[in-house]
Each structure stands twice: as structure tokens, then as C-alpha cells.
Write a protein that binds this ligand. Sequence first.
Ligand code: UDP
Ligand code: GLC
Length: 381
Amino acid sequence: MKILFLDQSGKPGGAELCLIDIAKPYKDNCLVGLFADGPFRDLLEQNHIPVQVLTNQSIQVRKESSLAQGLGSLGQLIPLIAKVVQKARKFDFIYANTQKALVVGALASFFSRRPLVYHLHDILSPEHFSQTNRRIAVTCANRFASLVIANSQASQAAFVAAGGRLDITEVIYNGFDPKNYQSHESDVSQIKQQLGLDGQFVVGHFSRLAPWKGQHILIEALVQCPVDVTAILVGDALFGEQDYVQHLHQQVTALGLENRVKFLGFRSDIPLLMAACDLVAHTSIAPEPFGRVIVEGMLCGKPVVAAKAGGAIELVEDGVNGFLVAPEKPDQLAQVITTCLQEPQKTATIAHNAQSTASQRFGITAINQQIAVQLNKLLPS
Ligand code: UDP
Ligand code: GLC
């Protein structure tokens, strides 16, 4: 099976990290075409996955774009679409991993007569996308895609609610290799020492810095937690959210939490950092489409507290394999953090349950098999 993957981003967000795992089994017969250069290309190369940056022009459509802006950028896309059409002739499928990739892939699929697969990593709701963007995505998918892989039931439901065709969708969760989430005790002690975390109860937040990821909720919760609770914020603003970064720093200063909040920036050693935590917190204030960090925390054997919305509800069963709190409720979050600090035995049992259920549900081999089964159905018999 030969696959032309398309992704608009040069930066390693969750959808891009997921694509690395999906493309790996096809590395001898695939190409990942990117619409921007950046560290994601390096990661693909490190994994020996063929990659090409197909354009150097940035595509000016944002999540909140209007119809006029959307149409304006279509002209910009023509050379890129022509390039994709030409490349697609050597492949069996076009596999669009992001929304701009969907638009380009839809037209390229039409002209090259190659089936289009759309991996939907987003919740197409008004909280996340303008009406124009939702319409464009749904129209392209309905008209041109043979298969839409939704990363959760929540993403699938939002797609259908926005007018998407249920009959072409399949829910397939992100896959993970549990082996990648094991750390050596000595490395964990070393990193804790390096980061000055010894003797602290460490709550880790692992996410790009963006208002909807809700890092400010964790900072607010910290005020209500015992003083030995420290937070590490791991991640950077990937898509220009500099105002939010500044806001977070100001919030920390205003609350006098300089010694209890550490900004670590973007890191490539997530499993080790998670292992150095006592609890992993997910605090998105808009429904999370899937939430890789939730599963990663579980695979690291750490208790996870997540915001009760979107895909997170499909990953966590409150009190059984993690904790769910209402989004934007720092007091509830503080309560869970304090309980985990005070009841380590009970919390460890929950984390242990999470580690085994996550390994079973999200193993990369089984997930890739689910994708292969769906793709095979599209091949001519
Ligand atoms: N991540 C990372 N380095 C960081 C922060 C996050 O590699 O500094 C990874 C994290 O481990 C996860 C992904 O980025 O695999 C984020 O995916 P998620 O689904 O949680 O959220 P997204 O950013 O895709 O909305
Ligand atoms: C997107 C979503 C995130 C999901 C990831 C992988 O980036 O925001 O929730 O986990 O894709 O599917």
C-alpha cells in the first residue's frame, strides 16, 4: 500500500506526532508532504520516514477565517495542488492529516483519481472553528473523502453535527508504544534534581501554551493547594500565542507563585518528565478532541486528572483509572491534587489501573492494524 500523507504543519503538535506512528509501517512506500518546514520534518527524518516540504508559502487561513479570506487563499493553493496531483499519481491514497491538507488533498484526489482519507484530529465545533472553516472541512470531506478517521467519538459527533457524513467515518484512537513510556529510576532522580523538584509534590502539565489548553486554570488551582505542590508547565506556544505566554507569566507573579511554577518550554523527553511527576494534569477549557497527554500520563504509570469534556471522557473513568473535573473549575482541580497528595495508596492503585488499561486500549500495533483494515477496504479488489 503506497500512501501520500499530507500535513500543513512544520511543527510537532499532537496530530503530527500521531502521524509519525501511522506512517512508520509504510516508510518504504510513503511520502509525507508538508506545507511548511520545521522541526516536524526533522522528526520524520529521524524516524526514516520520507518527507518533502511541498511549499514555502504560508497558507493564510486561520481557525477563525471568514469566507472571503478562505476564498482569497484558494488562489495561493493552486501551485501546491498541482504539485500534489503530480506526486499522488505514484501512490494508492492521499491521506490528509490536517484541515488545510484536507482542502488541498480533496482537489488533488479529484484530479489524480486517488481515494482520499481524512484523519480528523479536531472537534469541528464553534468553540474551535469559524462557521466558514467548519463548512469548508465538512464539504471537502463529504464530497471527496472515501474515509474519515475520527480520533474520538467526540470528534466524530462534532463532525456529524456540523453536517458531516456518518457513513464514511470510523473512530480510531491514537496509538502508542508502551515501551516508550518506561523510564529508569536513576534517570528520574537525576532529572528531578536538575529541575529542583526534590521533596515536592509535582503536578505536570504537558501541552503547547495556548488559551484553550488552560494552563491558567492549573496556576489558579495551585493557590488552593498545600505549599509543597509545584507545577511544571511543559510546552511552548507553537502557533503564535505569545500574549497568552505573557499572561501566564504575569499570573504567576501576581499570585506570588514564582517558586512553585516552572516553565520548561518545548521538550522531547516527555516520558522522563512525566515520570518525575506525581500527577499529570490536563486542563483544556474547550473540549479536547483526543488528548495524547492523558494517555501518555497513564502509560507512564502516573495518576491523571483531566477536564471532563470531549475525547477525555472516553479515555478516563473517574475514580477508576484517573480523575475528571469540570473544565474551568480550579477549585475542583485543587481538590483532586490535594486528595492525590494525601492519599498516595489509593492514587497509586488508580494509576496502576490506568497503565494497564491504556496499554491494552491504545497499543500502536493494534491501532495501526485498525487503520490498515480500513485502508484495505478502499483498494480495488
Ligand atoms: N509534547 C511534546 N513536548 C512538549 C509538550 C508536548 O512533545 O513540550 C507532546 C505531548 O507529549 C503530546 C503532544 O505533544 O504527545 C500533544 O498532543 P495532545 O494530543 O495532548 O494535544 P495537541 O497539542 O495535539 O492539541
Ligand atoms: C489534535 C488534538 C488533540 C489530539 C491530537 C491527536 O492535535 O488537539 O486532542 O490528541 O490531535 O489526534
